[in-house]
Design a protein around this ligand. Structure first.
Ligand code: FAD
Length: 434
């Protein structure tokens, strides 16, 4: 994709007020742009990098994310990438292979796709639907009029040329650091958990393994237990994505050296992966995962916040791509309704919709994050879990948010009990109006 594939020239954008301006061309921004363009809106989305661009990630797409991609018409495109059937968990000397559950909505397969590839074809898809992508263009400063965001100042990432773009509505999808979001007033609730993760790639003959793998307890070369959990996601291109993540609920998390964790985890990988732990194909990189709906406010007079910029990552498993697609789609629908009805009122429902869709689940997940922040407790829980495949199947269904509202099965029953508990356990300093 070229730097401005379907971009407007300066003379075409100046003076024009678009229906929707989207800041960021990652999963959240591209999904917003796609669904809004599909609804007939005049959409511009700006991305400071030029596709294909790398993004630090595990590259794992679970059934929830696949469902959204298929809804955007990308099922055939995905089929050319590496498909997997489920999750292999390794802990306490035991291994279990858990297939994705049958579900009335979500497929029973996932994919691993490098973000340089995934984000490029999802952005291209939004352009094909009619959205205009300004790639290699950073949104540097919102143009405000009281509570309204009228647009943004732009800077060309190569030439440093500046200009402006204006729109009736703005969706902020600028990722975990969300500088644009902060400049219109969003903050992260520090009482809620945050994730931190690091990953790299290794060559492996098992690069096309049909299971992604997670290590729930691992040790360094001296036999000491390490915090966090590790993943091995086969990419299908000769490499595997290997990473480690941990939560801010872990007492000493600020002292944790993630590069050290990464090195030790690579050395602890089961032999069957046949990697050379000293030779990743690229230097490890890390990032933060704002989770559990921890960033707000989620909306303003004419703007909405989506994806990581809204703290949408699932605290149970660190997945954020699916929630980025989902929140993007919800925001596009509301803005299309607002344009249609010539009223900003539909935007007021955004927060309620997020609360209805994720509020309870994220609350349970935040409680869970507190529990697994205590390594000894986490070890005991995994030790018990790893003795029962049925129990681990339930855990997978809960953690990947693949429960079926109409079922009375084990996972659903366990989750309902946890949800009931979470309603009576207060979260002391958490703000409730995010
Ligand atoms: C190590 C690690 C592993 C992870 N593994 C997984 C995983 O396996 N599966 C999963 O589902 N999730 C995973 N996540 C989380 C996932 O990466 C994010 O949740 C997801 O990328 C969120 O999408 P987004 O569109 O909100 O943000 P991003 O993907 O960060 O996209 C934001 C985009 O906005 C652009 N941008 C930022 N500021 C500006 C600006 N001012 N102007 C223009 N453009 C701007 C950025 O360049 C970027 O392209 C992982 C995260 C980390 C750190």
């Amino acid at each position: 994709m070229e730097s401005k594939p379907a971009g407007l020239s300066q003379s075409e954008t100046e003076g024009q007020v678009h229906d929707l301006l989207v800041i960021g061309g990652g999963p959240a921004g591209s999904s917003t742009a796609y669904w809004a363009a599909k609804a007939g809106l005049d959409v511009v989305f700006v991305e400071k990098k030029v596709f294909p661009r790398d993004k630090t990630c595990g590259d794992g797409l679970t059934p929830r994310a696949v469902h959204q991609l298929e809804a955007m018409g990308l099922g055939a495109r995905l089929a050319s990438t590496h498909r997997f059937e489920g999750l292999r968990t390794v802990a306490h000397g035991r291994t279990m292979e858990l297939k994705w559950p049958d579900h009335p909505v979500f497929p029973s397969y996932g994919y691993v796709v490098k973000r340089s590839e995934l984000d490029t074809f999802v952005a291209e898809n939004a352009v094909s639907a009619g959205a205009t992508l300004l790639a290699g263009t950073a949104a540097t400063e919102p143009i405000m009029d009281g509570p309204l965001v009228l647009g943004t100042k732009l800077e060309d990432s190569v030439t440093a040329e500046t200009r402006e773009v204006r729109a009736r509505f703005v969706v902020i999808a600028d990722g975990a650091n969300s500088r644009f979001g902060r400049s219109v007033g969003t903050t992260r609730n520090r009482a809620m958990p945050q994730g931190m993760a690091i990953r790299t790639y290794y060559e492996s003959p098992r690069h096309d393994d049909p299971f992604i793998e997670s290590a729930l307890d691992f040790r360094d070369r001296s036999g000491n237990s390490l915090p966090g959990y590790g993943w091995i996601f086969p990419v299908g291109d000769g490499t595997i994505n290997v990473g480690v993540g941990l939560l801010s609920t872990f007492r000493d998390w600020k002292q944790v050296n993630t590069s050290h964790l990464m090195t030790e985890f690579a050395h602890a990988l089961p032999d069957y992966w046949e990697i050379d732990p000293e030779n990743p194909t690229q230097a490890p990189t890390g990032g933060r995962l704002p989770m559990g709906g921890s960033v707000g406010p989620k909306s303003g007079a004419n703007w909405l916040v989506v994806g990581d910029a809204a703290g949408s990552v699932n605290p149970f498993n660190g997945e954020g791509i699916d929630y980025a697609y989902e929140t993007g789609r919800i925001s596009a629908d509301l803005i299309a309704e607002a344009i249609e009805s010539r009223s900003r009122q539909p935007l007021e429902r955004y927060r309620q919709i997020l609360e209805a869709d994720y509020g309870q689940y994220f609350k349970v997940a935040r409680l869970f994050a507190k529990v697994i922040g205590r390594p000894a407790l986490m070890r005991e829980l995994t030790r018990v879990g790893m003795r029962s495949e049925t129990l681990m199947d339930w855990v997978l269904r809960i953690m990947a948010n693949l429960m079926d509202d109409d079922r009375t099965g084990g996972a659903e029953a366990v989750y309902r009990t946890a949800a009931a508990l979470s309603r009576v356990i207060p979260e002391p300093s958490a703000k409730s109006d995010l």
